[in-house]
Each structure stands twice: as structure tokens, then as C-alpha cells.
Design a binder for this molecule. Structure first.
Ligand code: HEC
Ligand code: HEC
Ligand code: HEC
Ligand code: HEC
Ligand code: HEC
Ligand code: HEC
Ligand code: HEC
Ligand code: HEC
Length: 431
């Protein structure tokens, strides 16, 4: 754990003293100069457990950079550096879904159509998906493009340089990424009873001991860094449900995700990509395992019968949302089939595709890209924004998100899609 202990264990005492002295001298020169050029940063490190334990600047950044000019010699440490002293957290992080953030981002075609500033620059997709231990090839790609930062995921929750445990225990640590368009978990949780109670405690309106589950209570219990849920982001899984209609609807969605071939119904290479980044639970056992874990957590504060009923209802509202979704997909698919929409470049089949997002509507920054029809955009929004809200809102116990921003908007989208399809057919004289 402690650097000094490691050093003492590894080599003889005299040599150790020498090493510590040089380490401390290097640290001092770093701190002397950086107190002048970036005092806030040094101050932040000073309040950390690292400062208390002599984990100095040079421990993480090396000693090669010594002057104002050679700063590019400083090592920008990735997770392997943290692992040297925090093996347990590194290992559990490596097993979780956060470890797939960068890889799953890059598996999506839309990413490669977005400006670099939003990916490598860490403002759009790349700001939130800078999660996961990067492979050598991924690092090389970044370097080749001229990008140097964003090498570490551990500092996404306990931000540098205070690297605080307490900060990461606050649900606010999750807010920057788990918010907004297609995953507003922060908004849903913070305005639910669960969140309201947490804020009441912060405000002193409820005693310290009052029950108020945070994101971490339910998703990172007992200090684990491994995060998985049963349904996951896409809200699809295998095996198919028993109910024939529900099974047919799920198949329609899987086709629009490009996972099943629209003609043959057979798995496509995209299914392998989904498997490779652990995107969905693909058998009953792996799904049930996550569900059972969650049920156990709810049961700390609710009767398990109550909690089970809540979670079961979450599953059944998804089946109902998927009925709407499948009908919308089938409507748009009919326009493709009848030649009223031309297959955009990059689409895997002559069928609606949900994973290209909204990249272009003729007004895109990149004029070379194919035009995506407006009705396709409404369909993508129905899936990515409104279906997500209907389902995530239910599981996060937020009535307004589940209904008004979710279910209600889905029914509106379906109405719009039907009307647009009717107008398109009428315009083409094919009603
Ligand atoms: C003589 C002053 C000086 C000393 C000594 C010094 N630095 Fe720096 N350091 C700088 C300057 C100047 C920059 C560039 C700042 C900028 O771009 O605004 C920098 C940048 C950095 C960076 C960022 C590198 C990057 O690519 O952006 C790190 C990390 C860093 N220093 C760590 C250290 C460590 C660790 C030590 C001690 C081994 C150290 N510094 C010693 C002046 C110094
Ligand atoms: C426990 C490890 C650790 C320690 C100790 C540490 N840093 Fe860092 N530092 C990091 C990480 C991680 C990054 C982000 C790297 C990246 O983006 O690729 C970073 C980034 C930086 C940067 C560049 C980014 C920025 O925000 O300016 C500077 C400069 C820097 N550190 C200076 C320092 C100084 C000065 C000290 C000592 C007072 C120090 N670091 C101590 C881990 C550490
Ligand atoms: C040379 C060993 C060493 C390295 C490298 C190191 N740490 Fe630490 N870290 C420590 C020690 C020692 C503590 C204090 C442990 C304690 O208090 O039990 C600590 C504590 C922490 C804590 C808990 C702080 C708190 O508020 O209780 C976090 C979080 C942390 N480190 C994150 C990191 C991250 C992220 C990196 C990589 C960027 C890193 N550490 C690199 C040695 C290290
Ligand atoms: C504000 C932060 C943020 C931005 C910006 C963002 N994402 Fe995400 N993304 C997330 C979060 C958080 C999740 C996990 C959400 C969940 O499970 O509900 C996620 C999930 C995903 C997934 C599914 C991963 C899986 O295994 O389930 C893909 C693929 C994805 N995002 C791609 C993108 C692309 C492409 C962009 C840019 C066009 C993007 N994201 C922009 C935060 C973001
Ligand atoms: C998704 C947010 C998140 C990320 C990313 C993250 N952590 Fe943590 N970390 C936490 C939370 C939450 C805790 C507090 C756990 C608890 O309550 O015991 C924590 C605690 C810690 C602690 C303190 C352990 C203790 O009990 O003293 C260390 C050390 C640590 N993390 C290291 C890391 C390292 C190394 C990485 C990168 C491999 C990392 N963390 C990435 C959320 C995160
Ligand atoms: C009371 C427990 C609880 C709390 C608190 C909670 N969640 Fe969840 N979360 C759930 C449940 C239940 C699911 C659905 C699990 C399943 O698939 O069966 C879920 C699903 C998720 C998912 C994946 C599916 C989706 O919604 O896209 C993410 C990501 C997530 N939660 C993040 C968060 C974040 C971030 C917070 C805090 C702002 C939070 N959760 C607070 C219980 C909770
Ligand atoms: C820097 C952005 C970022 C932060 C901060 C962050 N996450 Fe995530 N989270 C993501 C991304 C991106 C994904 C999707 C990873 C992937 O591609 O599979 C994700 C996925 C998840 C999932 C998995 C959902 C599933 O699909 O099963 C859970 C649960 C989760 N995060 C919880 C948390 C919690 C709790 C916190 C705060 C302690 C947190 N996250 C902080 C970006 C973040
Ligand atoms: C740390 C304790 C805790 C955990 C864990 C927890 N809850 Fe709660 N929950 C509460 C409290 C306290 C309330 C408010 C009092 C009440 O309605 O029972 C509440 C309220 C609720 C409500 C009713 C909200 C309302 O408006 O009446 C539902 C539904 C609910 N929780 C479901 C769940 C589910 C599902 C889980 C697991 C995914 C869960 N809770 C986990 C403490 C918890």
C-alpha cells in the first residue's frame, strides 16, 4: 500500500533511505516551481491522502521533466500507476462496465463522424466515455492524432489532485456523466423520494441516520468498483420473452439495432461487437444474477415482496414500451421497403438503424455525409430519449420521467411517425 513500506520491503535499508531522499528532493523541486505556476493544483494535492502519505508529484509523473520547457517529458499516468498501490480497486474496476466506456464508444459509427474536439477533447461523447483502461492500440491512435491527455479513468470519480474517497461516495460524482439526453439518472434520482431524502439529510432536515439510497448504495455497494445492471443501457436482452407479441417486438428492436438481420433474422457481426463490449445480458443467468443482487439491496430498506413487485413492474412496462417502439420501427421499415427512403451510407441494411444517432440531416457539419430522413430522426429520438426515460424513470422511482418525459412522449412520437409516413406516401402517390 504505502510506497515507503514497499521500498523498505524490496531493498536494503541504506539504499531505501537514499531513494526516499532523492524522491523527496524531486518532489520539492516540483512543488516549489508548481506553487508558483499552478498554485491551485498544488493546494489540491496538499489536501489529499497522497500528500499525507508522501505520494508526491514525481511518484505519478516521474522525474524527467525539470524545467518549464521540457514539460512534455512528464509522464501522464494511466490506471496502471494507480494499480501499483490500489490493486483491489483496479481489479474490480477492470471487471465492470466502466472499463468498456472508451471501447463501446468507438464501436459506434456515430463517433467516427463527430468532430475530434468532442471525442479526444473530452467535451462530447469523449468527455463521459473516457472510462476504461485503454489498450496499446487505443493509446497509439490518440497519440497519432496528436492528443496527449485523458489517460486515466480513476480520476473521473475521485478527481485529481485531491483524489478523495468522500468525493466519490457522493452521488454528485456521477452527475457529470449520468445526466441529460439518453441517461438522465441524476435528474431522475435527485427528484425522486430517494434523492429528496439525501438532500434533506444534507440540509439537516433529516437526521444523519435516516435511510436515503444514493447511486453508490444501489450500484457500487460495499466499495466495489464493478458496475453492472440487469437491463443495461440499451434495455434489451436475451433470451426472448415467452409472450409471443413481446418476443416479436424485441426481435424488431434487435433488427433496428443491427444485431439481427432484418431479412433472415440471423445474428449479424454487430452482435459480436455487442458481446465484445458486454453491452447486454445475453442469457437468463447473467441477467438474473444482477437482478438478484439489486433485489437484495432494495430489501435493506423495503420488504422484499414490495421490492420484487416494483422491479417486476419495471420489466413489464418495458414490454409495453417495446410494443410502441416496434410499431414505430415497422412503420418506418415499410418506407424503406417501398423505396420511399433511400438507405443512408453506413446503414447495415435497407432498414431503420438506431445506432447512427442523429448525425446528419443535410445540415450536418460534414457535408459529405448522407442525408438522414427526418422520420428516421424521430425514430431515433423515440428510442434513445423517450424509451430510455420511460424505462429508466420507472426503475429510478420517478413518476414524472416515467410518464410525461417517457411514456407520453413515446405515444406522441408514434403518432408523429404514422402521420409523417402517411404524408410521405401521399406525396409519392403511393398511399
Ligand atoms: C522550473 C519549473 C518547473 C519544475 C521544477 C517542474 N515543473 Fe512541471 N511544469 C512546469 C511548466 C512551466 C509546465 C507547463 C505549464 C503550462 O503549460 O502552463 C509544467 C507542466 C507539468 C505537467 C503537465 C505536463 C503536460 O503535458 O501538460 C506535469 C504533470 C508536471 N509539470 C509535473 C511536474 C513534476 C512531477 C515535477 C517534478 C519532477 C515538475 N513538474 C517540476 C514547470 C515546472
Ligand atoms: C496519484 C497520482 C498523482 C499525483 C501524486 C500527482 N498527479 Fe498530476 N496528474 C495525475 C493524473 C492521473 C493526471 C491526468 C493525466 C491525464 O489526463 O492523462 C494528472 C495531471 C497533471 C497535470 C496536467 C493536467 C492539468 O490539469 O494541468 C499537471 C500539470 C499535474 N498533474 C501536476 C501535478 C503536480 C504539480 C503534482 C504534485 C503537487 C501532481 N501532479 C501530483 C496524477 C497525479
Ligand atoms: C505509491 C503508491 C500510490 C500510488 C501510485 C497511488 N496511490 Fe492512492 N493512495 C496511496 C496511499 C498510501 C493512500 C492512503 C491510504 C489510506 O489512507 O489508507 C492512498 C489513498 C487513495 C485514495 C483514498 C483517499 C481518501 O480520501 O481516503 C484514493 C481515492 C486514491 N488513493 C486514488 C489513487 C489514484 C486514482 C491513483 C492513480 C492516479 C493513485 N491513488 C495512486 C498510495 C498510492
Ligand atoms: C454526458 C455524458 C455522455 C455523453 C456526452 C455521451 N455518453 Fe454514451 N453513455 C454515457 C453513460 C453514462 C452511459 C451509460 C448509460 C446507461 O447505462 O444508462 C452511456 C452509454 C453509451 C453506450 C452503451 C454502452 C453499453 O455498453 O451499454 C454507447 C454505445 C454510447 N454511450 C455511445 C455514445 C456516443 C457515440 C456518444 C456521442 C455521440 C455518447 N455516448 C455521448 C454517457 C455519455
Ligand atoms: C465510478 C466512480 C469511480 C471510479 C471511476 C473509481 N472509483 Fe475508486 N471509489 C469510488 C467510490 C464510490 C469509493 C468509495 C467506496 C466505499 O464507500 O467504500 C471509492 C473508493 C476508492 C478508494 C478508497 C478505498 C478505501 O476504502 O479506502 C481507492 C483507493 C480507490 N477508490 C481507487 C480507485 C482506482 C485506482 C480507480 C481506477 C482503477 C478508481 N478508484 C476509480 C468510485 C470510483
Ligand atoms: C434505489 C436504488 C437505485 C438508486 C439510488 C439508483 N439506481 Fe440506478 N438503477 C436501479 C435499478 C433498479 C435499475 C434497473 C436495474 C435492472 O436493470 O434491473 C437501475 C439502472 C441504472 C442504470 C442502467 C440502466 C439505465 O438506467 O440506463 C444506470 C446507468 C444507473 N442505474 C445509474 C444510476 C445513477 C447514476 C444513480 C444516481 C444518480 C442511480 N442509478 C441511482 C436502482 C437505483
Ligand atoms: C466520466 C463519466 C462517468 C462517471 C463520472 C460515472 N459514470 Fe457510470 N458510466 C459511464 C459510461 C460511459 C458508462 C457506459 C460504459 C459502457 O460503455 O459500457 C457507464 C455505465 C454505468 C453503469 C452500468 C449500466 C449498465 O449498462 O449496466 C452504472 C451502474 C454506472 N455507470 C454507475 C455509475 C455511478 C454510480 C457513478 C458515480 C459513483 C458513475 N457511474 C460515474 C460514465 C460515467
Ligand atoms: C437505503 C434504503 C433504501 C434502499 C436501499 C431502497 N429504498 Fe426505496 N425508499 C426508501 C425510503 C426511505 C423511501 C421513502 C419512504 C417510503 O416510501 O417507503 C423509499 C421509497 C421508495 C418507493 C416509493 C416512492 C413513493 O413515492 O412513495 C419505491 C417504489 C421504492 N422506494 C423502491 C425501491 C426499490 C425498487 C429499491 C431497490 C432498487 C429501493 N427502493 C431501495 C429507502 C430505500
Amino acid at each position: 500500500m504505502n510506497k515507503m513500506r514497499n521500498v523498505f520491503a524490496g531493498v536494503g535499508g541504506a539504499l531505501a533511505v537514499l531513494l526516499i531522499t532523492t524522491g523527496a528532493m524531486a518532489a520539492d523541486s516540483c512543488i516549489d516551481c508548481h506553487t508558483k505556476i499552478s498554485p491551485g493544483q498544488v493546494q489540491d494535492w496538499k489536501v489529499s491522502k497522497h500528500a499525507e502519505n508522501d505520494v508526491s508529484c514525481s511518484e505519478c509523473h516521474g522525474t524527467k521533466h525539470q524545467t518549464a520547457e521540457d514539460y512534455k517529458l512528464a509522464v501522464l499516468p494511466d490506471e496502471a500507476k494507480c494499480k501499483e498501490c490500489h490493486q483491489e480497486q483496479y481489479d474490480s474496476f477492470a471487471k465492470g462496465k466502466h472499463n468498456f466506456g472508451w471501447t463501446s464508444l468507438n464501436a459506434i459509427p456515430a463517433t467516427h463522424m463527430a468532430p475530434d474536439e468532442l471525442i479526444e477533447g473530452g467535451r462530447g461523447c469523449g468527455g463521459c466515455h473516457n472510462m476504461g483502461i485503454k489498450t496499446k492500440a487505443q493509446k497509439k491512435e490518440q497519440r497519432d492524432k496528436g492528443y496527449r491527455y485523458q489517460n486515466n479513468s480513476c480520476d473521473e470519480c475521485h478527481t485529481r489532485h485531491s483524489f478523495s474517497k468522500k468525493e466519490a461516495q457522493s452521488p454528485r460524482a456521477c452527475q457529470q456523466c449520468h445526466m441529460g439526453y439518453d441517461h438522465p439518472q441524476w435528474e431522475m434520482w435527485s427528484s425522486s423520494k430517494h434523492g429528496e431524502r439525501w438532500f434533506a439529510k444534507q440540509n439537516g432536515d433529516l437526521p444523519e441516520g435516516a435511510a436515503a439510497p444514493t447511486c453508490q448504495t444501489c450500484h457500487l455497494p460495499d466499495g466495489t468498483h464493478e458496475n453492472h445492471t440487469a437491463w443495461g443501457f440499451l434495455g434489451v436482452r436475451l433470451p426472448l420473452p415467452d409472450d409471443a407479441q413481446a418476443a416479436a417486438d424485441r426481435v424488431t428492436i434487435l433488427k433496428a439495432l443491427g444485431v439481427l438481420d432484418p431479412k433472415t433474422g440471423q445474428p449479424t457481426p454487430i452482435l459480436d461487437a455487442v458481446k465484445a463490449v458486454d453491452m447486454a445480458r445475453l442469457d437468463q443467468q447473467s441477467w438474473q444474477k444482477e437482478r438478484d443482487k439489486m433485489l437484495k439491496i432494495c430489501s435493506q430498506c423495503h420488504s422484499s415482496a414490495y421490492a420484487k413487485e416494483q422491479l417486476d413492474m419495471g420489466d413489464s412496462i418495458m414490454m409495453k414500451a417495446d410494443r410502441l417502439m416496434a410499431e414505430a420501427i415497422t412503420t418506418v421499415a415499410g418506407l424503406y421497403e417501398d423505396g420511399l427512403i433511400k438507405k443512408p451510407a453506413g446503414y447495415p441494411a435497407n432498414y431503420p438503424f438506431l445506432l447512427m444517432f442523429m448525425h446528419t440531416n443535410g445540415t450536418a457539419w460534414n457535408k459529405d455525409l448522407d442525408k438522414l430522413s427526418y422520420i428516421d430522426q424521430v425514430l431515433v429520438q423515440m428510442y434513445m430519449k423517450h424509451r430510455m426515460r420511460a424505462y429508466q424513470g420507472f426503475f429510478h422511482v420517478n413518476p414524472d420521467y416515467a410518464y410525461w418525459y417517457g411514456w407520453n412522449e413515446m405515444t406522441k412520437d408514434l403518432g408523429e411517425i404514422k402521420e409523417l409516413a402517411r404524408v410521405m406516401r401521399a406525396t409519392a402517390g403511393k398511399e
